[in-house]
Ligand binder design. Structure first.
Ligand code: CIR
Length: 275
C-alpha cells in the first residue's frame, strides 16, 4: 500500500447551513465565503494530484455534509457505508450511497452498509488505515457494534481498537505521515491512544512515530506522493526534519471551527477497473 489513489469522494460545494454545523466548543462565526474559498482550494489540490473527483451535492438539510469522511470507509474497490454517531448526520449517508451505486457500474465497487442502524455506529474519522491494518477509535461517535460490522466486511485486515476520550475522532490525534510513519500529537489524549494501540498484541510494532504538540496538526492528508498540511500549524511542521513527500499547504480555519480536520472532506479510493 503506497497511499496512491485514483478517485476521491467529495462534496462539490458547502451548504449555507454549514454555519450551524456541530461543534464541541464555542467558536467564532463561520465565514461562509472564506469556507467556500478554502474548500475550492482543497478540491483543486486533490485534482492537481491526478485524482478524479466523485462529487455529491451539498444538502442544506445536513450542515455537516461537507465532512464526507464520516459517511463511508473505502479500501481498494470495497466501500463500507457508515452510520454516523451524530444523529443529525445519519441522513448524509443516503446521498453518498446513491452516488457510489451510480458510479459503481463503471468502477466496479463492492458496497456494503451497516445493517444494525439502531445500535451500530461508526464515523470514518475514527478509522485509520496504516497500509496493512486498521486502527479504530471507540469514541462518542463510534461504538463496538459499529466496529464489529466493519470487521466483518474488511475481514482480511487486522483491526486494533482504542478509546478516544475528550476528543472528537481518532484521526484528529493521529494520521499517516508516510508509509510506516505515524504522525501523532503529544497531548495526553493522544498518549493514551498510543499506549493502548502499542499494547495490543495484534498491532504491528514496526512504525516510526513522529510527534507534533498540537492535536489538529497531527491530521495530515497523505496521497499521490504529497502530504497536505494546514498552513495554520506551520511552526509544528518546521520541526519535522524530513518529510518523505513534497508538502502542499492549505488553509482550514473555517472547518476547524466545527472540529473539521484536513482528512474530513474527502474519501480516497484506489480503484482497479475490472476489464
Ligand atoms: C461533526 O462534529 O461531525 C462535524 N462538525 C465535524 C466532522 C469532522 N469529521 C472528521 O473529523 N472526520
Amino acid at each position: 500500500m503506497d497511499f496512491n489513489y485514483t478517485h476521491a469522494l467529495v462534496c462539490e460545494s458547502i451548504p449555507n447551513s454549514l454555519v450551524n454545523g456541530l461543534s464541541l466548543d464555542e467558536h467564532e462565526p463561520i465565514d461562509l465565503s472564506l469556507a467556500m474559498t478554502q474548500h475550492k482550494a482543497y478540491l483543486d489540490e486533490l485534482q492537481k494530484s491526478g485524482l478524479k473527483l466523485i462529487k455529491i451535492q451539498s444538502d442544506e438539510k445536513y450542515p455537516d455534509c461537507v465532512f464526507v469522511e464520516d459517511t463511508c470507509i473505502a479500501l481498494g474497490n470495497k466501500v463500507f457505508i457508515t452510520n454516523p454517531g451524530a444523529e443529525s448526520r445519519r441522513g448524509e449517508t443516503r446521498a453518498v450511497r446513491e452516488k457510489l451505486e451510480q458510479v459503481s457500474a463503471d468502477l466496479g465497487l463492492e458496497i456494503c452498509a451497516i445493517k444494525n442502524l439502531a445500535e451500530a455506529f461508526i464515523d470514518g474519522g475514527d478509522c485509520v488505515f496504516t497500509g496493512k491494518e486498521f486502527i479504530i477509535g471507540l469514541s462518542a461517535r463510534t461504538n463496538q457494534n459499529g466496529v464489529d460490522e466493519f470487521k466483518e466486511f474488511f475481514s482480511e485486515y487486522p483491526v486494533t481498537t482504542c478509546q478516544v476520550v475528550d476528543f472528537l475522532h481518532l484521526k484528529s490525534l493521529l494520521t499517516m505521515l508516510s508509509k510506516n510513519t505515524i504522525l501523532i500529537s503529544t497531548s495526553s489524549e493522544a498518549r493514551k491512544v498510543m499506549e493502548q494501540i502499542k499494547s495490543n498484541s495484534k498491532f504491528s510494532s514496526d512504525y516510526k512515530f513522529v510527534c507534533v504538540s498540537n492535536n489538529h496538526a497531527a491530521n495530515v492528508l497523505l496521497f499521490n506522493g504529497v502530504v497536505m498540511t494546514c498552513s495554520e500549524y506551520e511552526d509544528e511542521y518546521a520541526k519535522i526534519e524530513q518529510f518523505n513527500c513534497p508538502r502542499i499547504k492549505v488553509e482550514n480555519t473555517e472547518f476547524k471551527k466545527l472540529d473539521g480536520c484536513l482528512t474530513c472532506r474527502c474519501v480516497f479510493f484506489n480503484i482497479k477497473i475490472k476489464q
